[in-house]
Design a binder for this molecule. Structure first.
Ligand SMILES: [Fe+2]
Length: 207
């Protein structure tokens, strides 16, 4: 475990890779490859941000969906991920388990997504309303949209991949626009188009 400058704890690369391998044995699926490429995307982008820690970015991306170890669930994977990371003392990783899908900061905007108890929903909502997203929250929200199980992809491809599997709703365009804003934000922060940092992105896009 490592500690950042503000006293938050996060898993080291090896610890994060080990728990993901364990989670794969518990619930194998596309999400494992997606998690690996999300972690790599976060690290590769963070390497170009002077004020970010690439290892923290990597493990946070790698573990964002770790709650899926419980099986095939929807919003519940976020709460389960938060819990399993907190049990290990990785509060910085736990936080992103909650923040990565809440791009609009409004839990009511995806009601059909919630397969959690009312109590957990209240906790989740209070948590999200009580924080300002930091650069790691934002980076994983973006990284989540740059990673197919087979490799890196442009944002549009991931959006259609998710939409085909889960459908869309009246808030989807607002959510998509937010992701494009995130890409612009990290383009500016790194000084280049972030797609340039992701090897074979075009190759993966034509798969
Ligand atoms: Fe994800």
């Amino acid at each position: 475990m490592k500690t950042d400058h503000s006293g938050k704890h996060y898993a080291e690369s090896k610890e994060a890779e080990e728990i993901l391998a364990w989670a794969q044995s518990s619930n194998p699926g596309r999400w494992i490859g997606h998690s690996k490429f999300t972690g790599l995307a976060c690290r590769l982008i963070a390497e170009h941000c002077p004020d970010m820690d690439p290892e923290k970015a990597y493990t946070t991306g790698l573990l964002h969906d770790i709650g899926r170890y419980v099986g095939i669930v929807r919003g519940r994977h976020q709460i389960e991920g938060y819990r399993i990371c907190m049990e290990r003392g990785w509060d910085a990783n736990a936080r992103v388990c909650l923040t990565h899908s809440q791009v609009l900061k409004d839990l009511a905007k995806s009601l059909d997504y919630w397969d959690i108890s009312e109590e957990d929903f209240e906790f989740f909502n209070r948590y999200i309303q009580g924080i300002e997203f930091d650069d790691y929250d934002l980076l994983v929200q973006l990284g989540d949209c740059l990673a197919l199980p087979s490799g890196f992809c442009i944002i549009e491809k991931r959006m259609i991949d998710v939409a085909r599997r889960y459908g869309i709703n009246k808030d989807s365009v607002e959510r998509w626009n937010k992701i494009f804003e995130l890409k612009d934000y990290f383009n500016r922060k790194t000084g280049s188009n972030i797609y340039r940092y992701l090897p074979n992105i075009e190759e993966n896009t034509i798969l």
